[in-house]
Write a protein of this length. Structure first.
Lengths: 499, 95
């Protein structure tokens, strides 16, 4: 059995003491930032990116992945105990989780979330392992025109699935792609938009940009709203769900896992979309929709399973096709670039130990998270008593040192300061920043594949439509746009994204 | 997008800007970059922490100074001794 053989390779990598340690460190950090509102996996991964330079590539990726799925566990704790989403993917958990806590069932809600997340994590790991082979084989058949079409489809879907109007999403994608043009043209060596600044010859680094927009500008936004934390003060006793709870949560966990596994693979998908979709689904299917919002256990079990499954399966397009499906995955591209690993089908063939090690580490990490979260929940809740005025300078310090250490230069720090102002402008204009970063990261690859396709076809643009594979991908992208124009779908989408 | 210029378009209020907070946060980052080499990591971090703390409406001097002391120690331990990053720790004059 190939799969078992591969998983065995993965285990031998993931079980190395150093990798176990970094997986644990990633999960611990992920839980920590998941619990703390106002600090997400995005800023944290961006912060740690330059520092992973010193690590082995497999350890680095294992740790960064741990932060992302670890944050899904931690986010639910804050949502349930304080009625505040620790993570944007646990927004819907606040609805029923906090109500459960108010009824004295905080412990049950927390263990429901943890059990659901763990089950979903195991299934998603298996899905990742099972799908990796066939998808990689398919990707190896792809030429430049197919990759170009695939990335166009990815960016369109990411804009369709992001919150807010489609036109804003796609506008931000295009802006990001324009920013990606800065620097030396690889085939002619011409400087583009570099204005004679030597630091821009290599292009605009996306870490300062991500840090400015998702780190610093977020801080300014958080400082504006002085939210009072309404801590549920009673002791969290009785973690064990009753038999009735189990009967109600098991189907919800199964549905949430399936939905999350599926939606995580889609470009633009991932943890956030999965949790929202799952809550809507549970409410629709429930025999007692009136209980939702008043402490229905399904409203915790479904979304919490879905967000964890989505977080993990969003690695599938990145590892097999080389196309990041959301911003966190875009940062993982950055992490791989630091270690000279080209994301895409070659990862599995050239670096099987890294590839399978990362997958198996996710299962190991989920086990660690279960232990970290259930017995230690009291400790995490204590963290929430740290006032934000002490917390945000710490974020600023870590971000600034992180940006500086990309190139050991202050130019990137100034860049981050500029993008802080830009990010704040985006927040105030209510424009989504995530598509911008995706455009920036995918821009160079799209350009390169487009040019290669043009060279191969001697400048004939019609190759994109005459090759069946790329035509199919482009048609799918067109269908996604057309569907969006249909009024019924549009109102459904707004409804789904609003809840 | 077209609907924005239509005559029937709804008038949308721009949200209020918190320019003060933005200035303190952005300014502290720029100052960090400016002062890192002249003052070293110790001085630049101190300025960064104190100036950015000003962005909070609940700023207190004791709180900011205590926070600075804790964070600078932590950074020295983690980044300089732990990870061995190449950072100018002390002011340029002392070297």
């Amino acid at each position: 059995m190939d799969l078992f053989h591969n998983l065995a390779i993965g285990f031998s990598t993931a079980a190395q003491p150093a990798n176990l340690l970094y997986a644990f460190f990633g999960c611990l950090l992920g839980t920590l930032i998941g619990v703390l509102p106002g600090l997400g996996p995005l800023a944290t991964i961006a912060m740690l990116l330059p520092i992973t330079y010193a690590l082995q590539p497999d350890s680095a990726l294992i740790m960064l992945a741990g932060i992302y799925y670890g944050a899904q566990y931690g986010g639910s704790t804050t949502a349930i105990v304080v009625n505040l989403p620790g993570e944007s993917s646990s927004v819907v958990t606040t609805i029923d989780g906090y109500q459960m806590a108010k009824q004295g069932r905080a412990g049950v809600a927390l263990s429901t979330a943890a059990i659901g997340s763990f089950f979903a994590g195991c299934v998603a790991t298996l899905a990742l392992a099972a799908l990796a082979g066939p998808l990689t084989a398919a990707a190896l058949l792809f030429g430049p025109k197919e990759f170009f079409a695939l990335m166009i489809l990815g960016l369109i879907l990411a804009s369709v699935l992001s919150s807010g109007p489609f036109i804003e999403g796609i506008g931000m994608v295009v802006l990001g792609m324009l920013l990606s043009l800065v620097g030396t043209d690889l085939s002619t060596g011409t400087q583009r938009f570099a204005f004679g600044i030597p630091q821009l010859f290599d292009g605009l680094d996306f870490v300062p940009l991500a840090m400015g927009i998702f780190g610093f500008a977020e801080i300014v936004k958080n400082l504006e709203q002085d939210d009072k934390l309404s801590l549920v003060t009673q002791k969290i006793a009785n973690l064990f769900p009753t038999r009735e709870d189990f009967r109600r949560m098991v189907p919800a966990i199964l549905r949430g896992t399936a939905l999350g596994t599926l939606l995580g693979v889609l470009p633009g998908g991932g943890a956030v979309l999965s949790s929202f979709a799952s809550y809507t689904l549970e409410k629709k299917l429930s025999k007692h929709p009136e209980q939702f919002g008043k402490g229905a256990i399904e409203g915790v079990a479904g979304p919490e399973s879905a967000n964890n499954a989505g977080a993990q399966t969003s690695f599938i397009p990145l590892l097999t096709l080389g196309v990041p499906s959301n911003v966190v995955m875009a940062l993982m591209v950055g992490a791989m670039n630091i270690h000279n690993i080209q994301p895409g089908p070659e990862v599995m063939t050239k670096n099987p130990r890294l590839f399978w090690g990362l997958i198996v580490s996710m299962w190991v990490g989920n086990l660690m998270l279960l232990i970290l979260n259930l017995p230690l929940v009291g400790l995490w809740v204590k963290l929430l008593t740290i006032p934000y005025r002490y917390l945000f300078p710490a974020i600023m310090v870590f971000c600034s040192i992180g940006v500086y250490s990309i190139n050991s230069g202050t130019f990137e720090v100034y860049e981050a300061a500029i993008f802080c102002v830009f990010g704040y402008l985006l927040i105030k204009l209510q424009l989504p920043a995530a598509p911008l970063l995706l455009g920036l990261v995918l821009g160079p690859a799209i350009e390169e594949n487009f040019r290669r396709a043009m060279v191969l076809s001697r400048g004939d643009v019609s190759v994109f439509l005459t090759s069946p594979l790329s035509a199919a991908l482009l048609v799918a992208a067109a269908i996604a746009i057309v569907l969006l124009m249909l009024p019924t779908i549009r109102s459904r989408r707004e409804e789904a994204l609003q809840e | 997008m077209l609907s924005a210029v239509r005559r029937t378009a709804e008038r949308q209020e721009l949200q209020r800007w918190d320019l003060k907070g933005l200035a303190w946060v952005t300014g502290s980052v720029a100052l960090f970059a400016l002062l890192l080499f002249p003052l070293g990591l110790m001085g630049a971090l101190f300025v960064l922490i104190v100036v950015s703390s000003k962005a909070s409406p609940e700023f207190t001097w004791t709180g900011a100074l205590a926070n600075a002391a804790v964070l600078i120690t932590l950074c020295l331990l983690v980044f300089v001794y732990g990870l061995g990053l190449q950072l100018p720790v002390w002011p340029a004059l002392l070297n």
